[in-house]
Design a protein around this ligand. Sequence first.
Ligand code: HEM
Length: 209
Amino acid sequence: MRLKALHILLIKVVIHLAALTPVLLTYWQAVNDQLGGDPVKAIIHFTGLGAVKLLLISLAITPLALRFKQGLLINVRRLLGLYAYFYAVLHLASYLIFELQFEWGLFIKEIIERPYITVGMAAFIILTSLALTSTKSIQRKLGQIWQKLHNWVYLAIILAVVHFYWSVKSGILEPAIYAGLTIILLSFRKQKLSLALKRRAKNKQKLKK
Ligand code: HEM
């Protein structure tokens, strides 16, 4: 069966519900003291992992659409990517508000001195630039540059998983599973990635000459 516009609309409604309900529930539980002994840690964990999961799901859309010949499925990619960014914003905001209590000096110090925060920040900057350029009109205006810019999502997911791995104090099984999923999803883009890298190396050589 080929998915039609109505199916895509329904899938989008499900994505909205599945992404927003747990956020509301988690913050509601935090306000009502139902998140265990360390609610700040629980919120940072939930939002950080949520961002990684949504990024991975958004990266799974293209291979799925190609495998099952469902062209319209591509239309849900942007929504998933924006929700990944929404979770990343909540993650960073929760850290800044609840853990650092808006101590901007300390935040800068953490970015400089803690490599896992530096890497998280780099992932966040990439996701911000992708979210800001995600509209159809900007996509049309930027043309080929847009595609090049949005290929940075591959680096963002790698940085996010490295940040995850580095941030856990014990039990590397969970980050290892997400690293494995990232490798599988990036392997579908092997050709595209090696072409881009070759092109970059060629351009560098040209500049040297
Ligand atoms: C400036 C940006 C960021 C900051 C300051 C930040 C900060 C943190 C902190 C403080 C932790 C908890 C470490 C601990 O338990 O002691 C953490 C964990 C984590 N972060 Fe980030 N993060 C940032 C960006 C990101 C982004 C962009 C993602 C995903 C796309 C992400 C995903 C995660 C994940 C999955 C964890 C592990 C959660 C856990 O198991 O507790 N982070 N981050």
